[in-house]
Design a protein around this ligand. Structure first.
Ligand code: EPU
Length: 339
């Protein structure tokens, strides 16, 4: 296994921030993950596990070991009359995995097409888009405990999934290297086109299948969201705030164009993009950072941007939303400690 020193992370975080880490390792099997974690050189060194760096904001250089699990194995681990179980390695690019499943006619992940990142990161923030969340297809998650080097498997309930949330962001934060995720996919899938943008896009297609859904969502995302290869960004920078339904309905009385999304019982999700746009930030640029002109939830980083600059803009946006709407918006990206 290659372990690199003073690794430049600019191409390894989609915000494109020019930062470094002391050590960088890419274990490509379960055994290599365990060997790395047992390596005496790293016992007391801070560790950070990252997929493709699409949901991370490096607030300066990382003084420690960055681990990128590069496990690419994929296998069918079971089959029933109506579903198939796929065990996928943490290092597989998420969208390649979705494409692989859709090409075989196995449904459940097509609404999550083109989300940047790797398979191993998908359960951490319970990725979700266009009316689907990955938790609905995950059967189990295998990980190695960073301290004990034990291999554990959690089933869906153990993962404590919520909106952009899981046990991996709380009790197991910084404590595990996810190695494999097992998904249960439908052999005769019924496409979910409940999300308005998707149903509108497919209105001319008769009996759309999962490949049509994938194509529609890929097109929508390409139109709306910036390509990180061109403009640094980390997708949605904030989570959509979940507020009591009564408050949300009051807000909509005042602003009839506001779209609300159901959350848990008697709670609603308010689009953070709408709140940010109302506060006048959509499309702005301040120094080397800004807000995307097509989607106000996406902060963008231009050449030379620093993590600190992005955080300053994020704080400014948070304060403005709080002052105008009395709603707290929470960051969705993970921020590393400043060096
Ligand atoms: N809106 C605005 N201004 C904007 C953009 C959107 O007012 O600039 C309003 C519109 O009313 C729109 C509503 O917000 O109907 C929702 O917008 P959109 O469909 O783009 O979804 P979102 O809530 O902004 C979430 C996810 C995205 C996911 C989309 C589609 C979060 C934090 N983000 O965004 O996920 O692609 O739904 O399902 O929940 C990501 O996590 O990186 C990501 C892109």
């Amino acid at each position: 296994m290659q372990i690199e020193r003073d690794k430049d992370l600019k191409r390894l975080n989609t915000l494109g921030l020019g930062v470094k880490c002391d050590w960088y390792a890419q274990p490509s099997s379960l055994d290599e993950v365990i060997t790395l974690l047992k390596d005496k050189r790293f016992t007391s060194v801070p560790k950070l596990v990252t997929g493709s760096g699409s949901n991370i904001l490096y607030n300066g250089d990382f003084k420690g070991l960055v681990i990128h699990p590069d496990i690419m194995e994929i296998s069918i681990s079971g089959k029933e009359s109506d579903c198939i179980y796929i065990k996928a390695g943490a290092g597989i690019e998420w969208d390649n995995f979705v494409e692989w499943c859709v090409d075989r006619g196995w449904g459940g992940l097509e609404n999550l097409s083109l989300i940047p990142g790797c398979v191993g990161a998908s359960p951490v923030q319970n990725i979700g888009a266009y009316g689907c969340e990955v938790k609905d297809t995950i059967v189990s998650v295998e990980y190695v405990d960073i301290k004990t080097c034990e291999v554990n498997t959690l089933n869906t309930d153990d993962c404590k999934f919520g909106y952009r949330d899981s046990i991996f962001k709380h009790e197991l934060k910084d404590r595990c290297v996810i190695t494999f995720v097992t998904f249960k996919l439908a052999i005769n899938p019924v496409p979910n086109i409940s999300y308005k943008d998707v149903s509108e896009r497919l209105s001319q297609v008769r009996n759309p299948g999962i490949a049509d859904v994938r194509k529609a969502i890929t097109d929508i995302r390409r139109e709306k969201l910036p390509d990180p290869a061109v403009t640094g960004n980390a997708g949605s920078f904030f989570k959509n705030p979940v507020i009591p339904e009564t408050d949300a309905l009051k807000l909509r009385e005042e602003y009839p164009s506001l779209k609300l999304f159901p959350a848990s019982e008697s709670y609603s999700k308010v689009p953070a993009a709408w709140l940010i746009e109302q506060c006048g930030f959509k499309g702005i640029r301040e120094g080397n950072v800004g807000v995307h002109p097509n989607q106000a939830l996406v902060l963008v980083a231009f050449e030379g941007a620093t993590g600190e600059e992005i955080l300053m803009l994020a704080q400014k946006i948070k304060r403005a939303v709080k002052t105008r709407f009395n709603i707290d918006i929470e960051m969705e990206v993970n921020v590393t400690a400043s060096s």
